[in-house]
Design a protein around this ligand. Structure first.
Ligand code: CTP
Length: 402
């Protein structure tokens, strides 16, 4: 379970065709363990039924009918006060206007006015309505008051226009919600650098030597660090993954580029999580032109790449307080991991046996052993890479406190 576990999210849904995406957002939030209460405006109920949300979240979905029901006199206050976060997605121009001016003429705007919780707004409307100075001024007012405005995105709109007005996708909104909820976590104010993915060492403009790293474990670490409130820089070799919301992404290709990025970004950082699978060797020369088949089988000589962690260990001066390395081993797991822990002067090493089919490269699960410099060993069972990331970050928080 993530930062969303047991968090109370009040999801406001207002009248836009993007209401169907709000159902997906509600589902994603509930699947991550949040308690999701939904308030639909009367316009929203024209697009989607409260029952849709109740079925997805297992919680109540309220409409203005509840405002005047038996519990009406306290409902808006309670929903607003109890929320850890209010997300209004989609947020129409009309609701933004009401929020900006403190109007409270329906259950949703009443609850928002009664709340001190962080407010996330995902505008959705036609292009002209979004560009209208009235809407822009309202958004400025809300931003100045601390609301987080996400989107809208440019694209096809229900009116046929191609303009700014589409609601941001639920997966991305979820990322913003996690970042907002994590803000005051144990890594608030800390800078964490994470590396991920397998570097590519060019042979020619179309070919490269690389490895089977998917980047999943590194990206999960970056998300787990954001969840705990850290400022995260994700230095990534090419992967098929989207960087978690809240990370500063630095894209690199080769081991040499990754080395340069790490050495520059760790200055001032508190933590380095070196999850990337850095190629140990690269072709001694990379051909500027594509190597042609007719020229015969090429003779590719390899030279050693710098060992980034080893180089960092030799640098004098300020370094991250906690440095975590990873060891992917096909035999002698503990012995090899211990050697790397010592040689690279790590605080913690995360070792995994890559010969297991359900752990390590490409798959979504991992089974790792954590070894620290004091000699403590912690074997974790088979877990999702997200869970492994959370355990590693818990250890990092402890190490920072020592
Ligand atoms: N690493 C690094 N620079 C390299 C190679 C690896 O900084 N050129 C880092 C990895 O990101 C990882 C740790 O060192 O955190 C161990 O990586 P691994 O490939 O397991 O170890 P190597 O030291 O390269 O040893 P070997 O490949 O021989 O097992």
């Amino acid at each position: 379970m993530t930062v969303l576990k047991s968090k109370r999210i009040l999801l406001g849904v207002t009248g836009s065709i993007a209401c169907y995406k709000a159902a997906d957002l509600a589902s994603k939030l509930a699947q991550q363990g949040a308690e999701v209460n939904v308030i639909l405006t009367s316009a929203a109920t024209r697009f989607i039924a409260p029952l849709t949300f109740q079925s997805l979240t297992g919680c109540r979905a309220y409409t203005d009918n509840n405002l005047w029901g038996a519990e009406g006199h306290v409902l808006h206050v309670n929903l607003g006060r109890q929320a850890d976060l209010i997300a209004i997605a989609p947020a129409t121009a009309n609701t933004l206007a009401k929020l900006a001016h403190g109007q409270a003429d329906n259950l949703l705007t009443l609850a928002a006015l009664a709340s001190k919780a962080p407010l996330l707004l995902a505008p959705a409307m036609d292009g002209g309505m979004y560009e209208h100075p009235a809407t822009q001024v309202n958004l400025d007012i809300l931003k100045a008051r601390g609301a987080t405005i996400v989107g809208p995105q440019r694209g096809h709109l229900a009116s046929g226009l191609n303009a700014l007005g589409r609601m941001t996708e639920p997966g991305e909104l979820l990322g913003y919600i996690r970042q907002l909820l994590g803000r005051s976590g144990p890594l608030a104010g800390r800078e964490v650098v994470v590396t991920a993915g397998g570097t590519q060492e060019a042979v020619d403009p179309v070919r490269a030597i690389t490895n089977r790293s998917s980047g999943k474990q590194g990206y999960a670490l970056a998300q787990a660090a954001v969840d705990l409130g850290a400022q995260v820089t994700l230095i990534s070799a090419p992967t098929a993954l989207a960087a978690p919301v809240g990370c500063k992404l630095v894209s690199v290709i080769s081991a040499e580029e990754m080395g340069a990025a790490v050495l520059s970004k760790v200055k001032g950082a508190d933590v380095l999580l070196m999850a990337a699978a850095v190629a140990d060797f690269r072709p001694s020369r990379s051909s500027k032109q594509k190597i042609k088949r007719a020229a015969g089988v090429p003779d590719i000589r390899l030279v050693a790449n710098p060992d980034i962690l080893l180089e960092l260990s030799k640098i004098k001066g300020k370094k991250p307080q906690v440095i975590v390395g990873f060891a992917a081993e096909s035999k002698d797991l503990i012995k090899n991991a211990q050697e790397k822990l010592g040689a690279k002067k790590l605080d913690l090493i995360v070792a995994n046996d890559i010969s297991a089919e359900d752990a390590g490269f490409e798959v979504d699960t991992n089974r790792v052993l954590l070894l620290d410099k004091k000699g403590n060993q912690q074997q974790l069972p088979l877990m999702s890479k997200e869970e492994v990331a959370r355990v590693i970050l818990e250890r990092v928080v402890d190490l920072l406190g020592e």
